[in-house]
Design a protein around this ligand. Structure first.
Ligand code: ADP
Length: 273
């Protein structure tokens, strides 16, 4: 008799606690939603005035009637404004993803078009730094595959610009290969740059994190690119992996299903421990 009432009391306590936990989870979800909405609205409101700043500073920088020195000031306003605009875009992307509002625009895209786009974007940057840039695919890669072209290019731009940014000599290679077992297409970006220490390798995918605290001063950047890329890769049904050795270089691999709607075949590697 006494025992069963004791048990009842315990059960009641557990139920109370569960209700509390449930309430807290709901409150957390709501505040995350408000935060994302606030960020999305803010980003939108910030862009409008910034666009005028960008337009007018560009006109001033290009105006031959203005004193040379002042043209250069306008140039600085222009490039600082550009930096601010990319930061706003990145924050907007991240908040959209967090709020579950990032919509995909899927289509059959041509792999060769991606290759050409990346070559023309990054050849000049690699040349500037005297780096060898190789972008290639193996012959088994299908001509077309299904994904969101803009988001795929956003991830590749991030990986390639990082690879070039953190490499001072040697090469940056983008290899596109097929993985038969997974029915996947793999984009492998290899550089011969500074590399990332083992204890920092998990951290670089977190928002605002950089492997080296002095990176922001030396290389610029916000520390948002990789966290956005990782989330985008997930949205596209895939994942990003990192292998790196300090002082030797890094390999970032983006693995995507050949058909986003079907996903991978067999076991999904990122669900394994
Ligand atoms: P950002 O490049 O704006 O700092 P990212 O999120 O793209 O932000 O990268 C986060 C950090 O990861 C970088 O600051 C850098 O420390 C490290 N990192 C990224 N890519 C590389 C790379 N290819 N080689 C060495 N370090 C890298």
């Amino acid at each position: 008799e006494e025992r069963s009432s004791l048990l009842e009391e315990k059960n009641e306590l557990i139920e109370e606690r569960n209700a509390e936990i449930q309430q807290k989870a709901e409150a957390l979800e709501l505040s995350t939603k408000y935060k994302s909405e606030f960020l999305a609205n803010m980003s939108h409101e910030l862009r409008t005035p910034l666009n005028s700043i960008l337009l007018l500073s560009r006109l001033m920088a290009e105006n031959e009637e203005i004193e040379k020195e002042h043209q250069e000031y306008a140039q600085v306003i222009q490039s600082s404004g550009q930096g601010l605009l990319s930061l706003i875009d990145e924050i907007l992307d991240l908040s959209k993803i967090e709020a579950g509002k990032m919509e995909l625009d899927q289509a059959n895209i041509k792999v060769d078009e991606i290759i050409n786009n990346m070559r023309s974007l990054f050849n000049p940057l690699a040349k500037d730094k005297n780096l060898q840039l190789v972008i290639d695919k193996t012959s088994d890669v299908p001509e077309f595959f299904n994904t969101d072209k803009m988001r795929l290019e956003q991830i590749l731009k991030n990986l390639l610009s990082n690879a070039i940014k953190f490499t001072s000599k040697g090469s940056v290679v983008l290899n596109i290969v097929k993985n038969e077992k997974l029915n996947a297409i793999i984009f492998k970006v290899t550089d011969t740059g500074v590399g990332i220490a083992p204890e920092k390798q998990g951290m670089v995918f977190e928002a605002f994190q950089q492997a080296d605290g002095s990176t922001r001063r030396k290389f610029g950047g916000t520390g948002l690119g990789l966290s956005i890329s990782r989330e985008l890769a997930k949205l596209l049904g895939g994942y990003i992996d990192l292998k790196s050795k300090e002082g030797e270089g890094s390999i970032f691999t983006l693995t995507l299903p050949i058909d986003t709607n079907k996903g991978f075949e067999g076991t999904i590697p990122w669900e394994k421990p």
